[in-house]
Design a protein around this ligand. Structure first.
Ligand code: ACK
Length: 313
């Protein structure tokens, strides 16, 4: 408990420069439900600055002190990051009322919902008869190959940035990425992120606590030994690639997490759709190498996806 208190004081200190006046915030509709509580849309009006749309994460009322610690930790992690493909931190509201965390608002919401909407468009295009301005199925699928590859490259770029700063995200998946109005991917949800070293690529975080973990996206060493690193984020990136090419299908189909855990522990890899192209297959298979040090780095993934602009399909 004392450790938690010390941590909270440290986080509050780190965030002192980011305090936003609660009255400057006009909170509007709900964007969705996060781990700590509700995420809402708001307009921030600060003197001398144009009004600015933000997403507001609130810590739910009656949250346990440990949850408050996690909430502050996420805010201070985000406040320390600055990258085109990482959601921008705007500030926090403390004092009276529930703690609030303000982030850049991403117009299209989370990537999983975005992909699933696209799936309907592609399927709609496939069934539509020749009339109407709809894209042909092939054309729609084609458009998405370039876009899917760009989204993957942007996610890899965020991971490369984090690896260089010694931050392990630990929860990389489509539902934790956001898409802004320019359709740029923004990695988000840093609730499980941990600092593992100052830019030391091989550094690991060993988790002692049990909790809710995203089993379907987890590398075997994380499942088995609770070890997380930039290389385990790369494994999760491979699973994210399957979400991209399937336009948002659940990894491992209907398998329950326990079955996935046993399967991956026994050497299994996440399934790819039978029609996935060879480049997608090759990329994912590299990300799912058993030994973390044999997986490509995020920077290598970025380079590959930049030169193979339609690799994901
Ligand atoms: O699909 P969504 O609207 O996008 O539902 C989830 C929900 O809140 C829980 O994470 C949305 N959300 C979270 N952060 C943001 C943000 N910065 N901009 C827009 N929507 C956000 C997310």
């Amino acid at each position: 408990r004392r450790q938690l208190q010390q941590w909270k004081e440290r986080a509050a200190g780190a965030l002192a420069g980011y305090l936003v006046d609660r009255d400057a915030l006009a909170v509007d509709g709900r964007l969705g439900e996060g781990r700590f509580g509700c995420v809402r849309f708001a307009v921030l009006r600060e003197p001398g600055a144009p009004p600015r749309p933000v997403a507001v994460k609130a810590l739910r009322e009656g949250a346990a002190p440990a949850e408050e610690g996690e909430f502050l930790r996420e805010a201070s992690t985000l406040a320390s990051l600055d990258h085109e493909n990482v959601i921008r931190f705007v500030g926090v509201c403390a004092g009276d009322g529930p703690p609030l965390m303000l982030m850049e608002h991403a117009f299209f919401g989370d990537l999983l919902a975005y992909l699933r909407t696209r799936r309907h468009l592609v399927e709609g295009a496939a069934t539509e008869d020749a009339e109407g301005p709809c894209l042909g199925a092939e054309e729609a699928a084609h458009v998405s190959a370039a876009e899917l590859t760009r989204l993957a490259r942007e996610a890899a770029s965020a991971l490369g940035y984090l690896a260089g700063r010694g931050v392990v995200h630990r929860d990389v998946r489509a539902s934790n990425c956001l898409v802004d109005a320019r359709r740029t991917l923004k990695l988000s949800d840093f609730g499980l992120a941990r600092q593992v070293g100052a830019g030391d690529d091989g550094a690991e975080y060993a988790c002692r606590r049990r909790g809710l973990f995203p089993v379907l996206w987890m590398a075997p060493e994380s499942l088995k030994d609770g070890v997380f690193s930039s290389a385990s984020d790369v494994w999760s990136f491979g699973v994210l690639a399957t979400e991209l090419v399937t336009l948002g299908a659940r990894p491992f189909g209907a398998w329950p997490p326990l079955r996935v855990l046993q399967y991956v522990n026994d050497g299994g890899q996440p399934p790819l759709p039978p029609d996935a192209n060879p480049q997608t297959r090759a990329l994912a298979t590299l990300c799912w190498r058993r030994r973390p040090e044999q997986r490509p780095s995020a920077a290598e993934l970025v380079a590959y996806l930049a030169t193979n602009a339609r690799a994901l399909r």
